[in-house]
Design a binder for this molecule. Structure first.
Ligand SMILES: Cc1cc2nc3c(=O)[nH]c(=O)nc-3n(C[C@H](O)[C@H](O)[C@H](O)COP(=O)(O)OP(=O)(O)OC[C@H]3O[C@@H](n4cnc5c(N)ncnc54)[C@H](O)[C@@H]3O)c2cc1C
Length: 309
């Protein structure tokens, strides 16, 4: 089995940038990822990536991909890393199908996954009217009545996408007021299509084969709203379960220092899966670059015999 200098887990902005830096340092590495683009694929408009005043998330992802394709990089897409184990100084990464890959270092750039409502019926309706990605699924709801669950920037981002497509949007927020940026809230309310329910909890998703309604408890009163689509936008959790041995925050974020080192020597973290502040594309890219450069130093300051099994 080949022994890589590094295995990069994830190909969002952090993993892609780490890959470009590792390729430019002529490292022998492998990228294992579920998809290419990560959360960037879900963003409607990106207006804060330096050098581009405005690009859609999918457009920015295309540019990232083009840049990645400039190098001869070994990427295995559509795979989920399940376990990273350290055996002496060598890491074994096991993917869902059971295959195992070995490396001297690992960069965890696995970002975040959408938080679920955790209510009955949720699993049954995923892809049948229940969605976690407005950029992917909003176009399916032309002239429909839909609900968005959440009150932060992701929920308002979804709402603003739906305003252009759907007939009516019910914005269901469990907090007393929306915490999203004022400008986004203003735009949503100005559309005249959005009704906001504060202090509201989702109780049930109704439907047969497909979603037909949502039941909420708003200020202690139960209300059934007929909708064809429900977009759950209640935040995300770090995808860090494959590295159980590294030190993490209570919420699962991987602790990293300013060189992207984790508590386990040889495992590095980059981007939104870590404790780094500001879960933003540009920050994730910077962290990916730093992680690859730190790995380069680590390899150069170890002898080949350090990695003998
Ligand atoms: C709706 C929305 C809009 C946003 N808008 C903006 C914006 O306008 N500007 C901005 O700067 N930021 C925005 N963000 C935030 C930004 O997208 C993220 O901060 C950024 O994508 C984080 O990059 P990352 O590479 O760390 O992680 P991610 O983008 O989450 O990428 C993680 C990668 O890891 C892979 N992966 C996950 N688990 C595994 C596993 N077990 N095995 C293998 N691969 C795995 C995924 O497939 C993915 O490729 C937005 C986010 C959302 C959800």
């Amino acid at each position: 089995m080949s022994m890589y200098d590094s295995i990069i887990l994830g190909a969002g902005p952090a993993g892609i940038t780490a890959s470009i830096y590792a390729a430019r340092k002529k490292m022998n590495f492998l990228v294992l990822t579920e998809n290419i683009g990560g959360q960037t694929l879900w963003s409607a408009d990106v207006e804060n990536y330096t050098g581009y005043q405005m690009l859609t998330g999918p457009e920015l992802t295309e540019r990232f991909k083009d840049h990645l394709d400039n190098y001869d990089i070994n990427v295995i897409e559509g795979v989920k890393a399940e376990k990273v184990e350290k055996k002496r100084n060598v890491f074994e990464v096991t993917i869902k199908s059971g295959e195992v890959y070995k490396a001297k270092t690992v960069i965890v750039a696995t970002g975040r996954i959408p938080r679920r409502l955790g209510i009955k019926g949720e699993g049954k309706y995923v892809g049948k009217g229940l969605a976690y990605c407005a950029t992917c699924d909003a176009p399916l709801y032309a002239d429909a009545e839909v609900a968005v669950v959440g009150g932060g920037n992701s929920a308002l981002d979804a709402t603003l996408q739906l305003v252009k497509i759907a007939k009516k949007i019910h914005l269901i927020d469990r907090a007393p007021s929306l915490i999203a940026d004022d400008l986004m809230v203003e735009k949503a309310l100005q559309s005249g299509k959005v009704t906001v329910y504060n202090n509201a909890q989702v109780k049930e998703i109704q439907g047969d084969q497909f979603v037909s309604g949502i039941v909420i408890d708003a200020d202690g009163k139960e209300k059934k709203i007929p909708v064809e689509g429900i977009f759950v936008e209640i935040g995300s959790i770090p995808a860090s379960q494959m590295v159980p041995d590294v030190k993490k925050e209570k919420n699962g974020e991987v602790f990293v220092d300013c060189s992207c080192r984790t508590s386990v020597s040889g495992i590095y973290g980059a981007g939104a899966v870590t404790t780094v502040i500001a879960k933003q594309i540009i920050v994730a890219c910077g962290e990916g670059a730093k992680a690859a450069l730190s790995v380069f130093d680590y390899i150069n300051t170890h002898k080949d015999s350090d990695f003998e099994e």
